[in-house]
Design a protein around this ligand. Sequence first.
Ligand code: FAD
Length: 409
Amino acid sequence: MGSGVVIVGAGQAACQAAASLRQMGYEGALTLIGEESYLPYQRPPLSKTFLKDGAGYDSVQLRPQSFFETINCTVRTGVRAVSINRAQHLVNLDNGESIEYESLILATGARARPYPALAQAAPNVHYLRTVDDATALAASLSRARRIAIIGAGYVGMEVAASATQLGVEVAVYEAAPRVMQRSIGPVTSAAIEGVHARRGVQLHLNTPIAGIHHDGQGGPLTISAGSVAPYTVDALVIGIGAESNIELAAEAGLDCGRGIMIDAVCRTSDPAIFAIGDCTEQTHPVYGPGFRLESVQNAIEQGKCAAATIAGKPQPPAGVPWFWSDQYEHRIQVAGLSADHDQFIVRKPQADGGESVSQSVWYLRDRKVIAVEGLDAPKDFMAGRTLIKSGAEVNPDSLADPAIAPQAA
Ligand code: FAD
């Protein structure tokens, strides 16, 4: 069968690449190497249902063992790739083994960004990236009366919602002036802040942390920040973003920026090595240089893209980037990137006297939709994705009118 394709990482992107390679008719050997002790699983539920329903790993597994057997893919879990010998096409593992590849796919993902001022680990200080992290956090939440969260990104706000729903008192500290600043615009941020405030979450925006005092043994932690009174909690969650796992690639001499640099078909600077998912960076044909996405949709699309390149098949059509976040019973859905908009429109259904927070925010450039953010507005989100893809002009006045379906002018 020859040396075939080796995939380093066994997450969302790796799983997709393996499945797509077989779907596209690739017949060579296929090996997945994952440092975690689990078969590939989904991370989005880890900050959402996983914390609330105690369902465990089985609820997030992407594919059963039998699937990998069916597609004749060897999955090696609990083993880490430590270096790449590009001249000899070898991946070296931490157990001393080396695996030969014809094509190598790096799907190493990202890790939670460490909080620099908190060098000392403690059992009640949590990051959230893996199923083990989520299991530990769920155990802490089951005992906690109060927690603090540093960082109001989507992970922080989802944990805030889940903990609140479990009856835990929550305070969120964020240095930026609004929540989820990197993922959504100010109008949607304000709506989300309202949702959390109504549930009793204490939101401290514009509030960098001044100090965290704890015994390192799991005892209470006291958070000091700006003019906020010191707050003592049972557990602390740090959600200040993610960093790409680029070290394996960088040490092998592959071009890296904030991610492993890839071209439009997911090739790195070595034509035999590909990279996919959260670990990548590229110059995007529409969004330009320095483009990085950390989303399931990107992991899936790049998994398919690398598979098509290796299998010699046509590239699947590129989709519009999209992302979602669930908080309480609300769903936020974002499509496209809004950075270069010259106009935005808020579309809200007529007030119905109920408690609906449903709205969508549309970002236009030259009267064309470049991004849409829906809060409990799935139809607007779907229509927005179609309009972004079509590149058609819209009538801003019609778009603002909830009685008229979003459509091309
Ligand atoms: P990962 O899923 O991180 O997988 C990479 C794997 O590679 C890891 O298991 C890692 O341990 C392994 N690995 C790394 N280095 C090595 C090595 N040297 N040797 C062997 N193995 C290695 N996205 C959304 O679109 N919507 C959401 O609502 C959403 N919610 C999220 C909530 C949480 C709590 C988190 C953490 C992420 C969320 N995401 C969400 C992001 C989404 O999960 C990621 O974009 C996606 O998992 C990326 O897939 P990946 O395969 O690139 O990386």
